[in-house]
Structure formats: C-alpha cells, structure tokens
Write a new protein. Sequence first.
Length: 445
Amino acid sequence: MTFLENIYEAGVIGEGGAGFPTHIKYAASPRYLLINAAECEPLLHTDKYQMEIFYKEMLEAIQEAKNFLKAERAVLATKKKYQDLIALFEQEIRDKSYDIELFSMDNFYPAGDEQITIYEAFQKAVPAGGIPLQVDIVVSNIATMKSIYDAQKGLPVTEKYITVTGEVKEPKIIKVPIGITIAKCIEAVGGSTLDNYMVLTGGPMMGRFLTQEEAEIAVVRKTSGGIILIPKDHALVERGNKSLLAIKNETRAACIQCNFCTQYCPRYLIGHPLHPHKIMRAFGVNDVYDEKFAEAALCCECGICELFACPMNISPRIVNSFLKKELRKNGIKVEFQTGPALPERENRYVPIDRLLSRLDIRKYYDRGKPSYMEVTTDKVTIPLGQHIGKPATACVAVGDFVTKGQVIGEIEMKDMGARVHASITGRVTHVDHAVTIESERREEA
Ligand code: SF4
Ligand code: SF4
C-alpha cells in the first residue's frame, strides 16, 4: 500500500484540534510542509510528552511525508523553551541525515495557532478566510506525525495521550483508549480535590466546559488533548457560561470602545480585517445579524480578546462564535482583503506567564510536570464522526465480537472523512452515531 493509503486505512486525522482527515490534506502538492509542535494552551503537556518519547518516530514520519509530498522544505516549529527536546531533534536529524529544518518560537499565546505559526515560520499570512494551501503550505500537528508513523506500520488510531490537571489529586499524562469517558479519566488519576467542579476539555483558552454529569457521558476522541478541573465559581466558568443576552447588556453598558480587543487580536495583527471592537459596537445595538457582522467569520476563537485584552470583562469571542453560526445559517459569505501584517505585532505577543496570572491558573501550572500512566477501561463509546466532514458508516452490528484495531466505521478514501477502529476488544452493545463496545474475552475453542 502507498503512504497515503496507509494513512487512510489507519483513520488518521489532524490531532491538533480541527480533525481534518490527513489523507485528504496530503492529497495536495504543497511547496512546504509545516509541523506544528508549539502546544500553546497553558497547562497542557500532551504534545511535549509525546515528543520526548517518540521524537525519532515523529522525525521519520516527517521525512517520509516530505518525500511523499515532494515538498521543497519541511519545517518543524516548536518553542525556544524546549531546549532539551530541540537538542534531541538536532541530533536525530544529523544522525539520519534528514532534510528537516527546526524553527523555534518564544513562549507566547497563541504560538501554535496554525495561521500564527505559519506567519512566524514563513512570514506569510494565509489570506483572510482562506486555508494554508493558498500560501503553498500543508500543516500537521506533531502528534499526528506519530499516528502517521504508526499508520505506515499498519497500526490504526485507537489511543490518545491526554493531560489531566487542575483540581485533581495528582496531575497526569494518561494514555487511554479512544471512547473512554472523561469521568473515567478523572477517576483514573485519583479523582478531584473538590466535591463540585467543572471540567474543561481542551485548554483553558479554547476548551469546552462540561458539568460533572456531562463528563460521565462525554468521551475521549481522536482530537482530545486535555482535561482540566476547575472550581465552579472560578472566573473562567463564570465567563464561559455567560448568556448572550447578558453579554449584550454588558456591551451596551460597559464597552468603552477602547479597542484593546482589536489591538491584541492575532488575526488582526497579521493583516486580516477583523475588528472585534467594531463587532461589539454593532452587536450592542443590533438584533439582526447580517453582512455587517461578516468579519466575525475570521475569528479563530483564541480568546485573547476576552480573557486577556478586555479591561471590562466583556466577551467578544463568545459573540463571534455566536455570529459565525448566524452567518452560516443565513448563508452570508463575504470576500475579504488581507492587508500587510502590523509592525507592532511582535510587541503584542501574550506571554504565557502573564496569561497564567490573568486566568488565575498559576497554582495548577506550579504543580509541575505531570507523571505518566496508562489507563484501561471495560467499555468505550466511539463516535463515528470525530473529524471534519462526513461521519463514517458503522460496519459492525450489535452482538458482533470485535478486536482492538478492527474497523468499525467505514468511509471511502475519496470522501472527506476518516475510518474508525475499535479501541478495545469486546462485544458491540450499541450502534447509532457511535459504537459502544464492552470488554469481553472470547472463549478459546
Ligand atoms: S476591549 Fe472590551 S471594552 Fe474595549 S472595545 Fe473591546 S469589548 Fe469593548
Ligand atoms: S477570539 Fe478575539 S482575539 Fe481571538 S481571533 Fe477572535 S476576535 Fe481575535
């Protein structure tokens, strides 16, 4: 099988968050391959941990991907603070004579956002509303490269590494089967230090909140990377759960049009016509969400405007997220012009250190590097749509016995989607938009 077929067979998708099917992405012919290894969400150690363990496998996969894509350059973008790791990468690149360049960034947020990493590494801005391929670049997350390596050995994506931290007894990096519940992951690290808490899946800047009850049902997916427990009365929770009506009232009453949200917006700073302060001005006085809100489509929801920049605790990110849905619903699409990056952008980096204080999460950061453990479970519920595009179609039925690694969700290679595989061995007990498998040993004949 070819390099691309192996990726398709193994169900590899972008593990950095978006979940773009990798065999579709790699069907392009870019000049440059950029590997994003600059995990930027505070408190997450997932990519860093995997790089320390699998840097040789990852580099081999990067070189193979570069060869396959016939890319002129492959650039591995990481952070300057990963000095030990950079030394390991350099040594391996020398030893194996790989044609891979290393690029390192300061420890700021959102170094690791795809478009910001592209700008840092290549000094090119992806056109506003566009994709990296428009500047001849394909981007993959570093964890995806380990999955690509495994795929070439015939191993499908069935496990994830996750940082579990915050109000937990002991922060850990855990390796878990895909489809395990979030609650099981929390239980595996000894539970919470609190009786009542909220769960952030993802990082503190862009993560999604779950209640304890929701965490009993929500599962680890191919794109998962972090589970953070925080008190229910934490400012992040209050901010994240604010209703749109409350934000509108706050905007009317308190937005002083200081423009800080725009001045710190990383997309505005690379030349995209995104001006959150103008959006907020219009949002405060309008209830019809038409073309005048089109700029909101450019927002990557990084959260800098509301969690760092705004002095009045107003939430442009939540508003933009709402407006994006409204624009899609109303079929509003506008062509944007991209300007030059602003000269002051380098002075507007948001240092992670300041972010930790601003978000009031320093005490979790100060607990240091989490230790590692593997977690097993006797039941998984594996969603058939964990990626952008079309969900896979179940190819197993209730009562079937499946082994770990067996295909349970199929999709054709030409389709935008990814195959799904059993993450444990056992009996299929439920099939709908997800496949539930309960652990069972098959009796030897
Ligand atoms: S930073 Fe806050 S107060 Fe200032 S313009 Fe933006 S939303 Fe309004
Ligand atoms: S969340 Fe705010 S700062 Fe981030 S891209 Fe959107 S408008 Fe800009």
